[in-house]
Ligand binder design. Structure first.
Ligand code: S3P
Length: 742
């Protein structure tokens, strides 16, 4: 950030006064000059010490300004033009001018009309901050800290002018974003102007209805919160509506049509549709609240400006106790998918409320499925039948979740409508041709980005042909995608897998009454059936349990029990591998719940030895290798992993990510194209990178138990994709862990 020369603030209300106060506190301006309409405001600003000079005569100081000076016009939207006209002839072209009006299109037009062109040094801006108070007396040097300022540069702008204005706002603690002028006005119309219209109109309606004369006397907190913005400055808001007329009208029309739809649902006593509107709204609002608190996954999570969530783990200790980790991620995804495509209402328990499974849930909400919850793992899905999905209004964003994208692509290929699947930065690098190509063979029309990367555009109304597919890699996602597409094809589709992979899709299809045949490695489904709603009890995720199994296996004195864990034979590679390494793992209380085997897993410490990992175990432990490699680092001797090239295309290249981290902790290892050799040894402390991969982050967290120094794991926010309460449970069993944002 560069130091500032002179800053002239035209309009000393809360917004202008607070900028002056903030710049003064930062001590970065040669001179701060305030311009106000009234003498009284000028003397107040002077006596508050927020400006060096204050005047009512803008023209008198405008002519004295030069290169590097900034004028900030902080007056209501419709009066910006008047100020621009007033300074046009006295201000030299080197001076940077910016404004703070709430609508940008109208200011852009005024400036262009006044100058006859758009001056390169005029930077349109909008600080999104405010308070209940107004006037210079309310000026607050901290008003902008952590608030956003949107700059809407235009083509004609000089980059240096935009940078200078950005710098000014950053000095007062604001987060500066850039947006297109029209996008800004549309977004603000929807999120700020429309709510004001509704609040003003609602209060006005109630206040003028004689039957409601006494209504405010009985109104409770909800009404007060909802209508708070109706006491905002009436004239200012009138002007905003006029300045942003077109976008505001569009937003009102959309809202009015949705409101009359809701009216009809209430009139028809259509409980499902009313639930649909309210649950979608509640979910969206809760997500928004979390986003504001920077707690959850959001589109911007991996943007460079996003905070680095760092886990700092103290060395040593042991793990003890009995815990239940959250629900199985794979089964959670499938429960929403099949529940949505079923006829009737499906009740789910034990649903994983992690970002990945929530992305699937949101995608089906976006396709018109009414879904209640999740609430403490309970979800109710009002199935729409195999042909009942509706076209989403925009792309289906599935965040970090490969399972959502690949399985959904199979379902979407069978729909009559077109759709687009998008994901975050990590998912956007992952291969989708493994599903797109066989779906194309079935007759689907699918566009991807270069080399088969997301986004995936799936054209609707393709008649799908049944397929006999010999899968080149052992992938449950590809198998599941094709079986789901097979529900819509013109006959019986089958997938042959090179090695057994998780079979949750097959089991769950049967649970929903759909016939699935298996002969050896070949699974077949025929189209033409229907799914009948059922109740689903999702066991705890063995992939999440793994971190604590390995923690106990590497740490003397440990004894941990993980309850109600899914121990489907296609998922227990980790148990088999740890047992081969000498770990003491016992399965207790074995039972079957809703078609899936479940057990309590007890692990007590026992010394581990290095092994050659049998290749047939690889697909059965595919998500568990980051943690297994920590066990290998703590084992006596050499552990060799081969046949695991799939690890290179997970959320990150997990072979490289683990090798990098282990090496920096002093462990000798060597990568191969399809695996890694790890020589067990003594682990030091250090700083490791998770590459935004949840499983890498959790693996290095438990590594600290056997390290000689503290381990700092960077970029751990994505732990929320699969294991939202990992930190809480880790602390509970005795891991000494601190979470910080930097
Ligand atoms: C999954 C299958 C596996 C696994 C992923 C979940 C599933 O992926 O790694 O976390 O739910 O079907 P692949 O099919 O790519 O092996």
């Amino acid at each position: 950030m560069t130091e500032l020369n002179k800053v002239v603030i035209v309009g000393l209300g809360l917004i202008g006064g607070s900028l002056a106060a903030g710049l003064r506190a930062a001590g970065v301006c040669k001179k701060i000059i305030g311009v106000a309409r009234r003498e009284e405001t000028c003397s107040q600003a002077m006596s508050m010490g927020i400006v060096d000079q204050a005047t009512t005569d803008l023209a008198s100081i405008a002519g004295e300004l030069g290169k590097g000076d900034i004028i900030f016009i902080s007056v209501p939207t419709l009066t910006v033009g008047g100020i621009v006209r007033a300074i046009k002839n006295s201000v030299n072209g080197d001076v940077i001018v910016t404004d703070g009006a709430s609508v940008k299109g109208s200011v852009r037009k005024d400036v262009k009309d006044i100058y006859g062109y758009f001056p390169p040094n005029f930077v349109l801006g909008h600080p999104i901050a405010g308070s209940e108070q107004s006037g210079v007396e309310a000026s607050n040097p901290d008003l902008y800290i952590g608030h956003r300022v949107i700059l809407t540069p235009v083509e004609e702008n000089a980059p240096a002018a935009v940078a200078a204005v950005r710098s000014m706002w950053e000095w007062v603690g604001a987060e500066v974003l850039e947006m297109d002028v029209d996008d800004h006005d549309n977004v603000l119309a929807a999120t700020s102007h429309l709510p004001h219209v509704i609040a003003f109109s609602l209060v006005d309606t109630l206040a003028h209805d004689s039957q409601n004369e006494n209504i405010f006397r009985y109104a409770a907190g909800g009404f007060r919160d909802f209508t708070r913005i109706a006491s905002s400055d009436a004239i200012m808001w009138r002007d905003i509506m006029l300045a942003n007329k077109d976008s505001v009208i569009d937003a009102i029309d959309l809202f009015a049509s949705n409101l009359s739809r809701l009216r009809a649902f209430i009139d028809q006593e259509n409980a499902t549709e009313i639930t649909g509107v309210f649950t979608r709204a509640k979910f969206a609002r809760d997500r928004f609240t979390k986003m504001l608190e920077h707690r959850a996954y959001s589109k911007s999570m991996q943007n460079s400006e996003e905070k680095n969530v760092v886990y700092t783990v103290a060395p040593g200790g042991s793990v003890k106790g009995k815990i239940r980790v959250p629900g199985d991620k794979s089964i959670s995804h499938r429960s929403i998918m099949l529940g949505s495509l079923a006829e009737g209402v499906t009740h789910i328990e034990g649903f994983l409320e992690g970002e990945d499974a929530l992305a699937t849930l949101q995608a089906f909400r976006d396709m018109g499925v009414v879904i209640e919850g999740p609430n403490k793992g309970k979800v109710t899905v009002h199935g729409v039948g195999l042909n009942g999905l509706q076209a989403p209004t925009g792309p289906l964003y599935v965040g970090n979740s490969g399972t959502s994208m690949r399985l959904l692509s199979g379902i979407l290929a069978g729909q009559t409508f077109s759709s687009e699947l998008t994901g975050d930065i990590s998912l956007s690098k992952r291969p989708m041709n493994r599903v797109a190509n066989p779906l194309r063979e079935m007759g689907a029309v699918i566009d991807t980005a270069e080399e088969g990367r997301p986004p995936m555009k799936i054209h609707g109304a393709s008649k799908l042909k049944a397929i006999e597919y010999d899968m080149p890699m052992a992938s449950a996602q590809v198998k599941s995608c094709l079986l789901l597409a097979g529900l819509y094809a013109d006959g019986a589709s089958s997938v042959t897998e090179p090695a057994p992979t998780r079979d949750h899709t097959e089991r769950m299809l049967r649970g929903f009454g759909y016939s699935v045949q298996r002969e050896g490695n070949k699974v077949t489904v025929a189209s033409g059936g229907k799914l009948t709603a059922t109740d689903i009890d999702i066991p705890a995720d063995i992939s999440s349990a793994t971190f604590f199994m390995v923690a106990a296996a590497i740490c003397p004195g440990s004894d941990i029990t993980l309850t109600h864990v899914g121990v489907n034979p296609t998922r227990i590679g980790v148990i088999n591998i740890l047992t081969l390494m000498g770990a003491n793992v016992e399965l207790e209380n074995k039972r079957e719940v809703g078609g899936e085997p479940v057990a309590d897993i007890r692990v007590q410490y026992a010394p581990l030895k290095g092994i050659q990992i049998p290749e047939e175990q690889v697909p059965l432990a595919i998500d568990e290798f980051p943690a297994i490699l920590i066990a290998a680092a703590c084992a006596d001797g050499k552990t060799v992993l081969t046949g695991a090239e799939e690890l290179r295309v997970k959320e990150t290249d997990r072979i490289q990510a683990m090798a990098d981290g282990l090496t920096s902790l002093g462990i000798d290892c060597e990568t191969k194209p399809d695996g890694i050799v790890v020589n067990g040894g003594k682990m030091t402390g250090g700083s490791v990178e998770s590459f935004h991969d949840h499983r890498i982050a959790m693996s290095f967290t438990i590594a600290a138990l056997r390290a000689s120094g503290e381990i700092r794991v960077n970029n751990c926010a994505n732990v929320a994709t699969s294991f939202p309460n990992f930190v809480e449970l880790a602390k509970k069993v005795g891991i000494s862990l601190e979470v910080n944002c930097s």
